[in-house]
Design a binder for this molecule. Structure first.
Ligand SMILES: Cc1ncc(COP(=O)(O)O)c(C=O)c1O
Length: 378
């Protein structure tokens, strides 16, 4: 997922060489030209008004920064996130990660709450209905309102849940979530680590939902393989957070080397029209996945779009009993046959994230390997 642009892209290598010959590191309290150029380049591709970026090193710390900003801006400290979310493994990011990797790290700071996931395939409110009627959100906010210790700071969510099982919220869910945040003076933070920078066939996943977040974060392939992330927000939010004394920085947050790699990755994303590439690959690949669903009863659901898609295995399509053990066996067979996928939800979901460099021949071969493995297990 971090190598989505391909390993060692020549433009990234060139950017690293330039920085190696000029300046690798610069003190975090001083601006360097690479950082300023990167911020202005990002502002050209973010929605109007979301002009302010801060650079960090990982997805986790970009989310921590986003939550710190929301706390400073609202004066609240409580944050909610859907139960299928993944936001990272630093303490504050893990505290709003509910899809796993949570138990056994001692108590988290107070004020982190799960909300019901918009998981239509398994939703007890709406899986039998024609559409989601947002009962999940109303119920979640009723519980949040009852628990909150005052004005809550934010909801943080992925626009399409990746690690939690490639779960696509139903149409309108993100807009309804934003409304409920606005009514309460809470901010909406979108974690676009897995979905942003062209991955889903648009520059940002939130564009496809008709929602503009208050803060959003990017990481993964942002540096073309080099570790850099960003937290992006509006002038108003940034100014108030700074006035109230916000400090978020790490020794290597804004190094010219990492910022230069990110400038190069933006060049690649724009010049190689990766939005269109993701759309094309996504449609072709989804065709394969839908054919697999026709051929194999074990495939209960095909989800996702662009470069982030998944299939869910069930032992029975009517009862939707998750096929954990079969999925784990399939995952092992795929690896033995040269296809790297990630196994989610204890085996019942395969997450498939091809890079932008994937060819149709490779997708045909991947589909053959998948077909054989599913066939062998059933
Ligand atoms: C949606 C999302 N947010 C945050 C993270 C954490 O990023 P990092 O591992 O760079 O801290 C990940 C990592 O997989 C992720 O998928």
């Amino acid at each position: 997922m971090c190598a989505a642009l391909g390993h060692n892209h020549p433009r990234i290598v060139q950017a690293l060489q330039e920085s190696a010959e000029t300046l690798i590191h610069s003190h975090m309290t001083m601006f360097n030209d690479r950082e300023i150029i990167l911020a202005s380049r990002l502002a050209e591709i973010t929605p109007d008004g979301l002009n302010r970026s801060m650079f960090l090193g990982s997805g986790s710390d970009s989310n921590e920064a986003a939550m710190a900003i929301a706390k400073r801006y609202t004066g609240g400290y409580e944050v909610a996130s859907p139960v299928v979310s993944f936001h990272g493994m630093t303490d504050a990011a893990r505290a709003v990660t509910f899809s796993g990797w949570r138990q056994g790290y001692g108590p988290f700071a107070p004020g982190n709450y799960p909300i019901i996931a918009p998981y239509r395939y398994r939703c007890s409110f709406c899986q039998d209905k024609g559409a989601c009627d947002y009962t999940c959100l109303d119920t979640s906010f009723e519980l949040l309102d009852a628990q909150a210790d005052g004005r809550m700071a934010a909801v943080i969510t992925e626009p399409l849940f990746s690690a939690g099982g490639v779960i696509e919220p139903p149409p309108g869910w993100l807009q309804e979530l934003k409304l409920r945040c606005e009514w309460r003076g809470m901010l909406l933070i979108l974690d676009e680590a897995q979905t942003g920078l062209a991955k889903l066939g648009s520059m940002w996943a939130f564009e496809q939902e008709g929602v503009v977040p208050d803060i959003f974060t990017i990481s993964k392939h942002f540096g073309g393989g080099i570790a850099i992330s960003a937290t992006i927000t509006t002038d108003e939010i940034e100014e108030k957070a700074v006035e109230t004394g916000l400090v978020v920085a790490h020794s290597h947050s804004n190094d010219p080397l990492t910022c230069n790699a990110a400038i190069a990755s933006l060049d690649i994303i724009l010049e190689e029209s990766l939005v269109d590439v993701a759309d094309r690959i996504g449609r072709y690949w989804q065709g394969h996945l839908l054919r697999l669903k026709e051929r194999h009863e074990l495939v209960g659901d095909v989800r996702g779009r662009g470069l982030l898609q998944g299939i869910e295995f069930v032992t029975n399509r009517e009862t939707r009993e998750p096929a954990y053990e079969q999925g784990q066996r399939i995952g092992r067979m795929l690896l033995e046959n040269g296809l790297i996928v990630s196994i989610r939800r204890q085996g019942s979901v395969l997450r498939l994230v091809p890079p932008f460099t994937t060819t149709e021949d490779q997708m045909d071969l991947a589909a053959e390997i998948l077909d054989a493995a599913i066939g062998a297990v059933t």
